[in-house]
Write a protein that binds this ligand. Structure first.
Ligand SMILES: Cc1cc2nc3c(=O)[nH]c(=O)nc-3n(C[C@H](O)[C@H](O)[C@H](O)COP(=O)(O)O)c2cc1C
Length: 172
């Protein structure tokens, strides 16, 4: 099988991580894959914020958990979180941001890292605490949260769940 197709079929969401940080050498490659995702009308209206600073990572985790009224770490101990944000003055942001997230997760897998999309970025970055973070990072406040991609060295290798029937239709 073609190695890229093989990698796409074998990427899984990872929910158990080593304590080891993701080095620049790998993080930069993952971020480049996000940068080159297609965007509608080439708007390139998606921003990625890679967070490895422990304090900021933990704050994002707490804000994310608070959206669910929970106290556990929704980032499953991953040491790195890439926040995906889209400029709400432009269109489309959810589609473009989702493709960026897909590229990040597939690139991570190709490099031997684990990843998982973690939701609730919209609620976090609509909140006053989220807006405060944007300000601190020197980013405009019209950025909306689309999703988070957690990254780290995987401590599990989950099996793919069975594919549901009837999801491919071939005409001709
Ligand atoms: C839009 C979206 C939101 C997701 N949000 C979460 C999340 O908040 N927490 C989580 O553990 N997994 C989340 N996931 C991961 C899915 O649960 C996972 O992709 C799905 O179970 C299929 O497993 P696989 O990625 O290993 O194929 C999300 C995935 C997508 C695409």
């Amino acid at each position: 099988m073609n190695e890229i197709i093989h990698s796409l079929l074998n990427r899984r969401s990872v929910r158990k991580y080593e304590d080891r940080q993701v080095p620049d050498e790998l993080l930069d490659q993952v971020l480049s894959a996000g940068l080159y995702a297609p965007t509608g009308m080439n708007r390139q209206n998606v921003v990625m914020v890679a967070v490895r600073d422990r304090e900021t990572r933990d704050l994002l985790s707490r804000l994310n958990a608070a959206v669910m009224g929970a106290e556990h770490d929704p980032f499953y101990g991953a040491p790195c979180v890439i926040v995906i944000l889209g400029d709400e003055e432009t269109y489309p942001i959810v589609e473009n941001g989702s493709l960026v997230l897909g590229n990040l997760m597939n690139a991570a897998h190709a490099l031997g890292l684990g990843s998982c999309w973690i939701h609730r970025a919209k609620q976090v970055f609509d909140s006053p605490e989220g807006k405060e973070l944007l300000k601190k990072w020197g980013l405009p406040e019209n950025l909306r949260g689309i999703g988070n991609c957690i990254l780290g060295y995987p401590m599990e290798n989950p099996e793919a769940k069975p594919r549901l029937e009837g999801r491919i239709v071939k005409i001709g």
